[in-house]
Structures are given as structure tokens and as C-alpha cells.
Design a protein around this ligand. Structure first.
Ligand code: PLP
Ligand code: TYF
Length: 394
């Protein structure tokens, strides 16, 4: 049986991490996989997480199963974080999932159950796991233009032109903030236009939000999602706690579904729980418990927000340093977009050959599409990268 298996494509981002580890040069710079790193190159456990973990050790009475939806306190806390205080609670169903990826997977399976012919539209480019999971499940896929290679900003006219192909009942996957891989994001006016368009078309927004708090701030990064939620009858939200709580390996995420009325909410909820049961029964609890402890404790929440804000501001500062270093070296403002992008990533707009040259000559590892992880930089490596970018002729 097992000899019938075919070789599977490796994830290009994870493949790059392996190539980086194998590189013996001690000057190497890792700007690949999307994991936050501080100036020392470490991905620390956040302070509030440490305290919450100690609280679990001290106070947890049982490790018996939770419910199929996970602990409702977690979903409730996450709904508050993403949607704020003012949202139609009675129309939202939610289940905890293994990471944001688990939420995306469960969402796609829900779409297949409810609407097998619906096309799910992805931005070009997007996180490679979106098309990969969809292809694996056989979900029909559409694509809309997103990134303008000339300006390195959102090609909003191109996006709206391509969305003209969306049919009633199709889903449009949108990154809630901090677009991966480009770093280019919609402004609030554009979010409103997208919401109005989807409403007019009878299409459904599917939001993937994995970096809330990494862009313009916790509230600001959720503004687009909140605007959409206030306007549409139905939507799906797949959220990840991996980055903003720094709990990557705990596999903590949530899938939320907004139904047109409270009457459909319980039908949606039982279907989400059914899907969890088919795939893994009960979702992981440890990370979800940490998140709900923090979000329900004023002092811990304040400390978490402060640490997250420091992370965000540190990345913004690195963006500015890199943009300044490139302005000096190029004698132009053509790299100004780096300071305009938000989140962990920027797409530089370099060719695959230029990316390869920077790897070969400068031991700088960025993804082949020229996505760089800003958090992989520090004050020492910014000038090294800037020199390499200019030398590669970007
Ligand atoms: N969506 C996007 C756009 C991402 O970049 C990530 C990153 O890992 C995820 C979802 C899912 O993250 P995880 O499954 O680690 O929570
Ligand atoms: O885009 C990234 O780098 C992160 C981490 O298969 C990641 O989202 C990368 C690849 C992958 C899972 C997570």
C-alpha cells in the first residue's frame, strides 16, 4: 500500500528554513518563515503566557475532555478581540480549532457541505497553504489580482475588476490584516467597497486573520473585519492565536461563522461541532485556555497588549530603518513602500534570480517570491540587507 504513495511537493517556506539551517555561514540572515523574532533572534514566550501557564499548573483540576467546540470562554474571548463589544452575538457560531490552519480547513469543509459548487476566490498572491488545502479538498478556486508590482501597493482597481467574476454564493477569502506575503493592505474605504460589492453580488466574505496586533494596532487591525461583519448577512472568520500570543506550537485558533439570523445560528454551530468530531473530536485546549485566561484578566491582558505593542513598534522601526538605508543607497524613494507595508512581511518585488543571488552572495534567506520577514532583521543586519538589495540590482 504505502509504496503506492506519490512524492508530495514541499512547502517552499518550510523548505527554505531547512536550507537556512544547512548553511554553514555564520553571517547568514533568516528572513524566511513567518515567526516573530526579537533583536537577539529569539522567539520568546510572552510574559502573560508564562503567568497564565503557571496559573494552569496551580489551579487546573482536570484534563478531562472539553466540548467539541472547545471551551466556550475561548471562542467568546476571541470574538470580543476580533469583533469588539458590538457585534450580533446571537448570529455567531464558533469552534476552537488546531491553529488558524485548522480553522481554514474546517471552513473549507463547511463550504463543501453547504455549497459544494461555490468557488472560493483567493488573492494573487496569497499564503501558499490556501490553494494547497483547497486543491487537496477539491474546492473550486478563483483568483483576483491584489498586488501592483510597480507600486508594491494593493492593485485595488485590478482586484475589483477580477471580482466581477464572482457569482452569487461564491466566497472571497480576504486577509483580515497584514497580508501574507505582500504586506500591502486595504484601507477602510476599500474594505467598505468590498463589503458593498459582496452584498450586491450575494457573495460571502471569508476572512483569514492571523496577525491582529502586528499592523496598526489590535483595534485598527480588526477594523476591516468589523466593518464587513456590520454589513453582511453571512461570513466566515478563521483566526489564529499563533503570532499575537506567540503560541505557535500550541495550535490555537478559532473558526467563527455569522449566520443571516439567530434561527440559523444553532444549525451552523452543530455543523461546526460535527466537523470537529469527524476530524479530531476535541480541539487542543492548552493554548485556548491561555488565551482565555489572559483576555479575561485585566492585568494580564494589559501586559499582553503592552508586549504585543512593543513587538509591533519594533517591526515598524525596522521597516523605517530599512527604507531609510535603501533611500540613502539608491538615492531614490522607490523603497518607501517598505515603511508603508504592515505586519511581518513585505514583498520586495525582486526577481527569483535576484533572491537567489542574495542567498548565494550574502547568505540572506528570503522566500523565492521576495517576501521578507521584517522581524528577522536587527540594527546590525539592516545595512547588510540594504547593501545586498542594491548589489542584486533590485
Ligand atoms: N493564515 C495566514 C495568512 C498565515 O500566515 C498563517 C501562518 O501561519 C495562518 C493562517 C495559520 O497559522 P497557524 O495555523 O499557525 O495558527
Ligand atoms: O507564512 C508563513 O511563513 C507562516 C508560517 O506551511 C507557516 O504563516 C509557513 C508555512 C506553513 C505553515 C506556517
Amino acid at each position: 500500500m504505502l509504496s503506492n504513495l506519490k512524492a508530495q511537493p514541499v512547502d517552499k517556506i518550510l523548505g527554505l528554513a531547512a536550507a537556512y539551517r544547512a548553511d554553514p555561514r555564520d553571517t547568514k540572515v533568516d528572513l524566511g518563515v513567518g515567526v516573530y523574532k526579537n533583536a537577539q533572534g529569539l522567539t520568546p514566550v510572552m510574559r502573560a503566557i508564562k503567568v497564565a501557564e503557571q496559573r494552569i499548573v496551580d489551579e487546573e483540576q482536570t484534563k478531562a475532555y472539553t466540548g467539541l467546540a472547545g471551551d466556550p470562554a475561548f471562542s467568546e474571548a476571541m470574538a470580543g478581540l476580533i469583533l469588539g463589544t458590538d457585534y450580533p452575538r446571537e448570529r455567531f457560531a464558533a469552534v476552537a480549532t488546531p491553529g488558524g490552519t485548522g480553522a481554514i480547513r474546517q471552513a473549507l469543509e463547511l463550504i463543501q457541505m453547504a455549497s459544494p459548487d461555490a468557488t472560493v476566490w483567493l488573492s494573487n498572491p496569497t499564503w501558499p497553504n490556501h490553494p494547497s488545502i483547497m486543491k487537496y479538498l477539491g474546492v473550486p478556486m478563483g483568483e483576483y489580482r491584489y498586488f501592483d508590482n510597480a507600486t508594491r501597493a494593493v492593485d485595488f482597481a485590478g482586484m475589483m475588476a477580477d471580482l466581477e467574476g464572482v457569482k452569487a454564493g461564491d466566497l472571497v477569502l480576504l486577509h483580515g490584516c497584514c497580508h501574507n506575503p505582500t504586506g500591502a493592505n486595504l484601507n477602510l474605504t476599500q474594505w467598505g467597497e468590498v463589503a458593498d460589492f459582496l452584498n450586491a453580488r450575494g457573495a460571502i466574505p471569508f476572512i483569514d486573520i492571523a496577525y491582529q496586533g502586528f499592523g496598526d494596532g489590535l483595534e485598527q487591525d480588526a477594523a476591516g473585519v468589523r466593518l464587513i461583519a456590520s454589513k453582511v448577512p453571512e461570513m466566515l472568520i478563521a483566526a489564529s492565536c499563533s503570532k499575537n500570543f506567540g503560541i505557535y506550537r500550541e495550535r490555537t485558533g478559532v473558526l467563527m461563522a455569522l449566520s443571516p439570523s439567530s434561527a440559523e445560528q444553532s444549525l451552523t454551530q452543530t455543523n461546526l461541532q460535527f466537523l470537529n468530531r469527524q476530524n479530531f473530536s476535541f480541539p487542543p485546549d492548552h493554548g485556548a485556555r491561555l488565551v482565555s485566561i489572559i483576555l479575561n484578566d485585566d492585568a494580564l491582558k494589559t501586559d499582553w497588549m503592552q508586549e504585543l505593542e512593543d513587538v509591533r513598534l519594533g517591526m515598524l522601526d525596522l521597516r523605517q530603518q530599512l527604507a531609510d538605508a535603501l533611500r540613502e543607497r539608491s538615492g531614490s524613494d522607490r523603497f518607501g513602500f517598505i515603511a508603508e507595508h504592515r505586519g511581518m512581511f513585505s514583498r520586495l518585488g525582486a526577481s527569483p534570480e535576484q533572491v537567489e543571488a542574495m542567498r548565494e552572495h550574502n547568505a540572506i534567506y528570503m522566500v523565492g517570491d521576495s517576501r521578507l520577514n521584517i522581524a528577522g532583521l536587527n540594527a546590525q543586519t539592516v545595512p547588510i540587507l540594504a547593501d545586498a538589495i542594491i548589489a542584486a540590482g533590485v
